[in-house]
Design a protein around this ligand. Structure first.
Ligand code: NAP
Length: 274
């Protein structure tokens, strides 16, 4: 049994395996009741039974394919109506490793639907209730490819860049509403993800692969430390601060009446050439 007091209910998407299943384990032990969402009901039921036995928490299962509009709407309805929800973990996601010329656009579209559209709709369903109840938390599972889209499939990187940008905006918009937002950017993590994405994990050098347990424990430590972006493998947090400082330095000059001086010379010579 957990010694923690109940901290409300966490809804976790993609909880049937990998990173999401570890979040379920850790959050139940932190005192959360859980709503577990994924397609595979058998795996969700088995996890729910084990965690209910081990922690005494109330664990509910919602079997749903977040790429099906009607299933997604059912999960959105839960987020809108269950006033015990204090935390949304947007974790369900799909990846790919092949480049554009070897990729199928239908699979890319499914990935965008799950990684971007479902995550966005679930966030929109959850936020008004959290705000009305005086606060809550959202954990969005992004990826290091959101910062480094050259590493894997570009559409996958693009979806995770969306997660990072959307999280940044949520943090900004909800700062005075007592809503905590954390974007987690894991590197390679040992889960089923890699088989589904098209590159078995055994093909990666061992020194870049983290266990899902270590990844989630580090991400939760980052949450406890109040981090907005958590990159579990980054040794020196000063590097992330420097990245953010460079972004902030750009901000005052991103929109101005006149083009930068370096573009004016070529415009003048183009006019002269005609
Ligand atoms: P995983 O073990 O394959 O887990 C993916 C989860 O998403 C599963 O629970 C899966 O369950 C669920 N899911 C997939 N399609 C779904 C759908 N259409 N509707 C509902 N649920 C769906 O992979 P993972 O590594 O734990 O991935 C979790 C998140 O971490 C993803 O967002 C991924 O992009 C991110 N991430 C992973 C890594 C990595 O190296 N593993 C690195 C960075 C970021 P069902 O099959 O039962 O639906």
């Amino acid at each position: 049994m957990s010694s923690h007091s109940n901290t409300g209910t966490a809804l976790i998407t993609g909880a049937s395996s990998g990173i999401g299943a570890i979040y379920a384990d850790r959050l139940a032990r932190r005192g959360y009741n859980l709503i577990l969402v994924a397609r595979n009901r058998e795996r969700l039921d088995a996890l729910a039974r084990r965690l209910a036995d081990e922690t005494g928490r109330t664990i509910e299962v919602v079997a749903a394919d977040l790429n099906k509009t009607s299933d997604l709407a059912r999960v959105e309805a839960v987020l809108r109506s269950d006033a015990s929800i204090t935390l949304l973990v947007n974790n369900a996601g799909l990846g790919a490793t092949a480049p554009l010329l070897a990729s199928d656009i239908e699979k890319m579209t499914d990935m965008i639907n799950l990684n971007v559209t479902a995550l966005t709709r679930l966030t929109y369903a959850a936020v008004p209730g959290l705000v009305a109840r005086g606060g809550g938390s959202i954990i969005n599972i992004a990826s290091i490819v959101g910062i480094a889209p050259e590493v894997l499939n570009g559409v996958y990187g693009g979806t995770k860049a969306f997660v990072l940008a959307f999280s940044q905006s949520l943090k900004h918009e909800l700062a005075d509403k007592n809503i905590r937002v954390q974007a987690v950017a894991p590197g390679a993590t040992a889960t089923d993800f890699w088989d589904i994405a098209g590159t078995p994990i055994q093909h990666l050098p061992g020194e870049i692969v983290m266990t899902a347990d270590a990844m989630v424990d580090a991400a939760l430590a980052g949450l406890d430390m109040g981090e907005f972006v958590t990159i579990p493998s980054l040794p020196d947090i000063a590097d992330l601060h420097a990245y953010e400082a460079a972004r902030q330095k750009l901000m005052p000059n991103l929109s101005r009446q006149v083009p930068a001086a370096r573009y004016l010379g070529s415009a003048i010579s183009n006019v002269r050439a005609h």
